[in-house]
Design a protein around this ligand. Structure first.
Ligand SMILES: *Cc1c(COP(=O)(O)O)cnc(C)c1O
Length: 311
């Protein structure tokens, strides 16, 4: 499972044809571990680092209904080490991710958003006192390791282009905490490539959302934090977040239904379906014609089944 080629996910054409563009999709939702997704790419690298650091339990933060917590809890169960999740107290009802988090026997500590930092600190202190060596993973798998995982994915895209003698003018994807986007931007930079990378935000607004992406890029490339060299590379589009995380409209649901019928690809209303809808609007608004466009499917398949209730 440590083989990097393990992640070489398929890219295939879609029937979508807005403005005579050709659409392709990279299926990170098909990574063959626990319903896949970008959290698996990140999670595998974090666990490699955890083992190198001789840690024997993991602490992370996020909604217990998130893809991130599902994957971290699954990897911890696989390694037979305790998994501690600090989760904001919220009432989102039962979904398939948090059912799986429970199945993996993760220890969930609920707290208010204001108490997150102190709750994490206390948890790590307590585990240290009990003789554990805790490994902390930021919410969403943020940080240089998360960024690294999408530099590797970028290489897969370049290899595909070479093999198929094709060039993608654009890469679109859902942007959340920003490390997927930071990885793609670093991948572009390190390979001296020219694609436009467009992150469609599913929740955060600018300037914060784009700034976090820029900070992550600068941190990874060791560019001084105040430098604006990479600023022009950060296209963090916040026009389609609606009223925020988890919000969607009828157009998003129509998009999800259409791509399942036409291409058999599952998407969800929080991440990929919302971004795919945003992408199509962006392409129309910006009058983008006759380009090769790659949509990176970042996963979240369990959420598709939650959405089935209203599709
Ligand atoms: C977490 C997540 C994202 C956002 O990725 P970031 O690296 O946090 O920007 C996008 N899509 C899905 C399905 C996710 O689970």
């Amino acid at each position: 499972m440590n083989n990097i080629n393990y992640f070489n996910t398929p890219i295939h054409r879609l029937s979508e044809s807005v403005n005579d563009n050709s659409f392709y999709i990279k299926r990170d939702d098909l990574i063959p571990f626990s319903f896949g997704g970008n959290k698996v790419r990140k999670g595998f690298l974090f666990f490699e680092d955890l083992k190198k650091s001789n840690c024997n339990c993991v602490v992370t933060y996020g909604s217990k209904a998130s893809n991130h917590c599902r994957i971290i809890a699954n990897l911890a169960a696989l390694e037979k080490i305790p998994c501690h999740i600090i989760s904001p107290r919220e009432d989102k009802g039962i979904n398939f991710n948090n059912r799986m988090v429970e199945m993996f026997d993760a220890h969930v500590t609920l707290c208010s958003v204001e108490e997150v930092a102190s709750t994490i600190e206390n948890k790590i202190q307590k585990l240290n006192n009990q003789g554990y060596r805790p490994y902390f993973i930021q919410g969403g798998g943020h940080g240089n390791i998360g960024t690294e995982s999408y530099i590797r994915a970028y290489k897969e895209i370049l290899e595909y282009e070479k093999r198929e003698d094709l060039y993608f003018d654009y890469v679109f994807h859902t942007s959340g905490t920003g490390s997927t986007q930071a990885g793609l931007i670093c991948g572009k930079y390190l390979n001296k490539d020219q694609k436009e990378i467009i992150g469609i935000s599913n929740a955060r607004k600018n300037p914060y959302g784009g700034q976090v992406v820029l900070d992550s890029v600068n941190e990874y490339l060791e560019i001084p934090a105040k430098s604006s060299t990479m600023e022009k590379e950060v296209n963090f589009i916040d026009d389609f977040v609606l009223s925020g995380y988890g919000d969607y409209n009828d157009e998003v649901l129509k998009t999800i239904k259409k791509i399942m019928i036409d291409d058999g690809v599952p998407m969800d209303s929080t991440y990929t379906g919302k971004a795919f809808w945003g992408m199509k609007n962006y392409i129309m608004n910006e009058s983008i014609f006759n380009k090769n466009i790659l949509f990176l499917h970042t996963g979240g398949t369990p959420l598709y089944f939650n959405d089935l209730e209203w599709l």
